[in-house]
Structure formats: structure tokens, C-alpha cells
Design a protein around this ligand. Structure first.
Ligand code: ADP
Ligand code: MG
Ligand code: MG
Length: 302
């Protein structure tokens, strides 16, 4: 089990720009589904981007932490003093290695790289990074040379210790794609080449399924999906939680996806902070009544 914690998070646009996040408090435990809702411009995407370490934003106060259990990662025993990590001190790939999935910021198209190769590379990069994070410093400098880089498409015999080989990865990928009801042909397609909006979203869920995060942050994964694709994507998100025990922070403007991915907790963001939290009934109330009543309630009592 792991817990992602946003503690009094304040952020503004980098280099003295507009203040956007004004004290966000939120905790997502693995196994829980949280919906983060709110009107346009309330700061939802900024929250996701700050967790991801996007350079456009500067954190001025507060923290983002991940707390790990001692047996959080298979085969890696985590000592007490390495259970809590301040994500804001870490590079995006280190955040991913600690089990936080934030979607991929990959180039639109990379010529000649198939999905299956790309995803295997991503998984191995994460495993390498994790090993480095939990290694003591002396050991790390000793085998720095050996660890420098990994091959993007090694032949079966070249697979390094601790990495997932081609055949093993094919199996993992087939299983995940089946779970997501994805076409087998997808694995051999080139990265993002001619993917529809819906396919990109499905892709994001596949990537999460393969990286097996403790907590996944999904921003507007429901936007622009037709109903069939919405159901497929929802099946994938539910599987992340039910089969892998991931926590989900599902950011959405609309209630629609929450009919398929039932949240345990719903939070409403207004003007850069969480104005109200509740259960799935809160999302249903928003569908009927919109956000105005939350705004009135928040500023009456303030
Ligand atoms: P949401 O996802 O809830 O619609 P955002 O987090 O995208 O909201 O944006 C919150 C507010 O911050 C908006 O007013 C938006 O215009 C502003 N904002 C976000 N990012 C930037 C940026 N890089 N530069 C300037 N303003 C920004
Ligand atoms: Mg606090
Ligand atoms: Mg947004």
C-alpha cells in the first residue's frame, strides 16, 4: 500500500505569474478511487501537472509526498527511512519509479518505435530507476558505468538482470490488452502514429496497466470519448484498482465517467482549493445542480 499526499499545496505560474493553487489538501491511498471535479479554470489540471513536476509551475508552499509500505515493491524491501519521499525534490522519472503514474509526456510520434517496444523500454527504465533510488550511494557510484543506459530493443540474449525481456514482456502486454479489450494489432503499431483521440486515451490506460503504479493520476481521460470507448477506458481504470490495487485520482469536469468508475471519494475544486468533499452522491448532485451551490456555500461560510 502507498499513499499520495498533497499537503497545503500552493503553486503559481513560474517566474512570478498568476497564483493558481491556494492550499490543496488531498490524500489518495492505493485501492481508492478519488474523483477531482470542479468548474473550468479551478486548478484541476494544474494540480496534476504540479504532481508531475511540470516546469511551467512553481510550488510556493506545501508539499507532495508519497508514503510507501515496507513491502510496496515486489522484491525490494524498503527500510523505514526510505518510506516517505518528497516528490517535489525528484525528477519526473523518479516520481514514476516510486509508483506515481502521471501519463506519458512522450513526443507525438517517434519513427520506427512500436508500442510494444516503447512500453517495454518504459517499464525497464522504471525498474532501473527504482533500483537506483533504493541503492545506497556507494553501491550506486560503483556500477554507474554498467548502469548507463539500457538498450531500446535488445535481442532476447542481451537482457540485463532485473529487466523484462522481449518474450516475457509480450506475455504481460497481451494479458493487459486483453483486460482492456484492445486489438492485438495495436502492439505492433508505431507510437501514436495516426492514433485517434480515443486510442490515445486507451493507450494511457494501457501504459498505466503495464507500469503498475501505486497511484495513477488521470486528467480528463474521459474527454471526447464516445460511449463504447468510454466503457473500455472505464473497464481499464477499474482493473487498475481491482486487479492491481492502484489508487486512482480521476480528474474530470463531467459526471458521466463516474457512472462507470464509481468513486469512493469526490472532491470539488474551486479557485485553487478543495471546497467540498463527499462520496459518489456528491457527484450526482453536481450533475443535477451544477457548481453554483458549492460556490455559494463556500463563500457564505468564508
Ligand atoms: P482546470 O483544469 O480546472 O480547468 P487549470 O488548472 O488548467 O484549470 O487552470 C487554472 C487557472 O490557471 C486558469 O485560470 C488558467 O488559465 C490558469 N493557468 C493554468 N496554467 C497556466 C499557465 N501555464 N500560464 C498562465 N495561466 C495558467
Ligand atoms: Mg494540511
Ligand atoms: Mg483541466
Amino acid at each position: 500500500m502507498a499513499r499520495l499526499e498533497l499537503d497545503d499545496l500552493h503553486a503559481e505560474v513560474a517566474e512570478g505569474g498568476e497564483k493558481i493553487l491556494d492550499g490543496v489538501d488531498l490524500e489518495v491511498q492505493s485501492g481508492e478511487i478519488h474523483a477531482l471535479m470542479g468548474p473550468n479554470g479551478s486548478g484541476k489540471s494544474t494540480t496534476a501537472k504540479v504532481i508531475a513536476g511540470h516546469p511551467a509551475y512553481e510550488v510556493t508552499e506545501g508539499a507532495v509526498r508519497i508514503h510507501l509500505d515496507e513491502d510496496e515493491f515486489d522484491g525490494v524491501e524498503i527500510p523505514d527511512e526510505m518510506r516517505t519521499w518528497d516528490l517535489l525534490d525528484l525528477e519526473p522519472n523518479e516520481r514514476a519509479a516510486l509508483g506515481v503514474f502521471l501519463g506519458f509526456q512522450y513526443p507525438a510520434e517517434i519513427e520506427g518505435v512500436t508500442m510494444v517496444n516503447f512500453l517495454r523500454t518504459a517499464l525497464n527504465a522504471k525498474l532501473d530507476e527504482r533500483e537506483e533510488l533504493f541503492e545506497d550511494d556507494e553501491a550506486a557510484s560503483d556500477d554507474e558505468e554498467e548502469d548507463a543506459g539500457y538498450e531500446t530493443s535488445p535481442m532476447e540474449g542481451d537482457v540485463e538482470e532485473g529487466e523484462v525481456g522481449v518474450a516475457e514482456f509480450q506475455e504481460i502486454m497481451s494479458e493487459k490488452m486483453e483486460q482492456l479489450d484492445m486489438d492485438a494489432e495495436f502492439a505492433q503499431r508505431y507510437l501514436n502514429a495516426g492514433f485517434s483521440g480515443g486510442e490515445k486515451k486507451q493507450n494511457e490506460v494501457l501504459q498505466a496497466a503495464i507500469l503498475e503504479p501505486s497511484v495513477a493520476v488521470l486528467d480528463e481521460i474521459d474527454s471526447g470519448l464516445d460511449i463504447d470507448r468510454l466503457q473500455d477506458v472505464s473497464t481499464g481504470i477499474n482493473a487498475l484498482r481491482d486487479e492491481q490495487g492502484a489508487g486512482i485520482l480521476q480528474i474530470t469536469h463531467y459526471q458521466r465517467i463516474l457512472d462507470y468508475v464509481e468513486p469512493d471519494h469526490v472532491h470539488i475544486m474551486l479557485d485553487g482549493k478543495i471546497a467540498k468533499s463527499g462520496d459518489a452522491d456528491l457527484a450526482r448532485k453536481l450533475e443535477d445542480e451544477g457548481y453554483d451551490w458549492v460556490r455559494e456555500e463556500t463563500y457564505e461560510t468564508a
